[in-house]
Design a protein around this ligand. Sequence first.
Ligand SMILES: C[S@@+](CC[C@H](N)C(=O)[O-])C[C@H]1O[C@@H](n2cnc3c(N)ncnc32)[C@H](O)[C@@H]1O
Length: 271
Amino acid sequence: MTRDDMGFVAKLVYEHAGIVIREHKEAMTRGRLARRVKALGLNSVAEYCAFLKTPAALDEIPELINAVTTNHTAFFRERHHFDHLRGDVLPRLIQERAARRGRIRIWSSACSSGEEAYSIAAVSRDVIGHRGDLDFRILATDIDTDILDRAAAGLYPLELFERLPADLRPLLRFDGQAGRGEARISDDLKRLIAFKRLNLIESWPMKGAFDVVFCRNVFIYFDTPTKAAILDRFVSLIHPGGFLYLGHSESLPQPHPKLRLIGRTIYERTP
Ligand SMILES: C[S@@+](CC[C@H](N)C(=O)[O-])C[C@H]1O[C@@H](n2cnc3c(N)ncnc32)[C@H](O)[C@@H]1O
């Protein structure tokens, strides 16, 4: 694969997903492209790049994006967000909205294989229970269609549950053992979540506002203008008094007049 080929792939990925492939990630990217080389029966990454330059390659773009995304995640990753949601946010929202069958909406905006969304569902079910006077839903989206299929299946190695801290383990309910060494998230938690494909750099179909948006460990792949544009759109979709959670190594691209830092990577949307 020549430097020009790498530049070409990097440009495609940036245009279609906003992801910047930095120089130190090039070797890893080449390895990930090898997956597509094999799937298409080609002989080399260079051949794959030549294919990408043909008009027939239009259908290949989503596969290319699926191949280059980094999907690392975990249940209750960066736990302080779930503690904040459970202890501060949900009790207040219930107080405000219960009785009127008020809406509570939470968005996991780069949900990867679903652990983040199921962790949100687990703490929410624990706080809200099964009361019928609230309309509670979680939207979980990602650009990567392969990883979304895995998220929707909700099937995980049993050891991931076993490794959870003792106080969180009972919250993440699963329906027995699905296969050897695997467990499936319970339908009760699954029912709370809608998994959909959404590219953060394209237009967003939803109109209603969210109480909480999780946008964690995806801004690290974007440049400053991309982050700033997405952030503006988050702000317009979060209720005043609602919250935005970023990943532990992330911060706002620049201070935002309508976002106030109130805790570790926790931002409150001001009126
Ligand atoms: C490292 S994972 C983060 C998962 C989870 N939020 C967490 O913090 O554990 C990053 C996810 O962002 C997704 N992603 C990358 N670019 C995206 C885009 N333009 N729109 C939506 N999702 C994107 C990837 O597919 C990947 O699943």
